[in-house]
Write a new protein. Structure first.
Length: 339
C-alpha cells in the first residue's frame, strides 16, 4: 500500500490516505521514497494559485530520493535496488502515462508526498556516487533550477558581472551558490530578502557573510549605482518581476523562475525593451541532467554543509502539514520530509 498526503480542498490541510499499488505499466518505475522536500510550487498549488480545482483530490510533490523497488516493461535506465532521485524535470528515458489509482485519486506523472512513487523512466535518475539521500533530494528541483539559471542562462565566463537575486528560497540560494562556485565576486552580488529570520540564518554560513542582503528593491541609484547585468527573480511576485527591469543595465537581463498567480499579467514599459533590456523565463534552469549533473554534483561536494543550508529542519512524513505551515510562515527555507 501507498500512504499519501493528498490535497482535497484548497487552503486546507493535506489528508493522509492509503491506496493500493497498481501493476506497473510500460515505462513506469516504482520507487520507495527516503526523503522528499517541499517546494514553493506546492504551497502555491495548495493555496489554489493554479486554479486547477477540477483535478482534486490529487497527489503532490515533485522531488525525492529513494530506492527502485520494481520496473515496468521497457525500462532500461534503472533496475531494482538502484539508488535514485526523482525530478519533475524531464530527462532521458521512456515516457509513460500517469499512474491510475483507485478511490478517484488523481496524480500527475510525478508525485512524491507518498511512501512510494510511480513515475515514468524519464523522471528517474541514478544518484551520483558519494551523494547521500538527503543531498540527492535537492537534485529534484531547487538546485537544478537555481544553479541551472547560472550556468545555462548567464554568461559566467565574463570577467566581472553584477547580479541581483530576488528571493532567497531554495531556487535563490541555489543560484547564489552557483554564482560563488563559478567565482563571481561576492561584492558584485545583492540578495533581496524581506524575511529577517532567513537573512540572519543565512549569514551564519561563511560563504554568505560578505553578501549584500537588502530587504526590498529600492530605486536603482540606492541599490547599486552601476545597475545589474542580471537579475534572477525567484519571489513569485509579478510586481517584483516588473521592478526587476528597473535595476538592470540597458543590455541586462531579468530571468525569472517563479510562479505568479494564474491570470496575472506583467506591465512592461516598451521603451525598456527598445533600450536592450531582456526578460526571459526559466523552466528548470534549462537543465538536462545527462549534461549538467556534473556541475550540480560539484556544487554539492564543494559546499559540505549544503543540506544544512536548505534543510534547517527535518519533519517526519506524518508531520507534513506542520512543515507546510512553517514554510508558509517563513520559518524554514525548504522543509525536508523523512519517510
Amino acid at each position: 500500500m501507498i500512504k499519501a498526503a493528498v490535497i482535497e480542498k484548497f487552503n486546507t490541510k493535506l489528508k493522509f490516505i492509503k491506496i493500493k499499488i497498481p501493476n506497473l505499466l510500460y515505462g513506469q518505475v516504482l520507487v520507495k521514497n527516503k526523503f522528499t522536500s517541499i517546494c514553493g510550487s506546492q504551497i502555491f498549488e495548495i493555496n489554489g494559485g493554479r486554479k486547477n480545482k477540477k483535478f482534486l483530490p490529487h497527489m503532490l510533490g515533485h522531488e525525492s530520493s529513494g530506492v527502485v523497488m520494481a520496473v515496468g516493461k521497457g525500462v532500461k535506465k534503472v533496475k531494482k535496488k538502484d539508488k535514485v532521485f526523482l525530478s519533475w524535470i524531464i530527462n532521458s528515458g521512456k515516457d509513460a502515462q500517469a499512474p491510475k489509482f483507485q478511490k478517484g485519486i488523481n496524480s500527475g506523472k510525478i508525485a512524491t508526498f507518498s511512501t512510494y512513487s510511480i513515475v515514468p523512466e524519464n523522471r528517474v535518475n541514478l544518484i551520483p556516487k558519494k551523494i547521500d539521500f538527503k543531498s540527492a533530494s535537492l537534485l529534484g528541483c531547487a538546485l537544478p533550477t537555481g544553479a541551472g539559471i547560472v550556468f545555462n542562462q548567464i554568461n559566467v565566463k565574463r570577467k566581472s558581472i553584477s547580479v541581483c537575486i530576488v528571493g532567497s528560497g531554495g531556487i535563490g540560494i541555489s543560484a547564489l551558490l552557483a554564482l560563488l562556485f563559478f567565482g563571481v565576486n561576492k561584492k558584485s552580488i545583492t540578495v533581496i530578502e524581506s524575511n529577517t529570520l532567513r537573512v540572519n540564518f543565512l549569514k551564519t554560513f561563511d560563504q554568505f557573510k560578505e553578501i549584500n542582503f537588502q530587504s526590498k528593491i529600492n530605486n536603482k541609484e540606492k541599490l547599486n549605482k552601476y545597475f545589474y547585468d542580471y537579475v534572477i527573480e525567484c519571489s513569485g511576485s509579478s510586481k517584483q518581476i516588473e521592478l526587476s527591469l528597473d535595476i538592470i543595465k540597458n543590455n541586462g537581463k531579468v530571468i525569472f523562475a517563479s510562479h505568479p498567480h494564474k491570470n496575472e499579467r506583467l506591465k512592461i514599459d516598451p521603451f525598456d525593451l527598445i533600450l536592450g533590456k531582456k526578460i526571459e523565463g526559466s523552466w528548470g534552469g534549462l537543465v538536462k541532467f545527462d549534461r549538467d549533473i556534473k556541475y550540480l554534483v560539484k556544487i554539492i561536494k564543494k559546499y559540505k554543509n549544503i543540506h544544512k543550508i536548505f534543510f534547517n529542519k527535518t519533519y517526519d512524513f506524518n508531520a507534513i502539514n506542520s512543515a507546510i505551515r512553517d514554510m508558509r510562515l517563513g520559518k524554514v527555507i525548504r522543509p525536508l520530509i523523512k519517510f
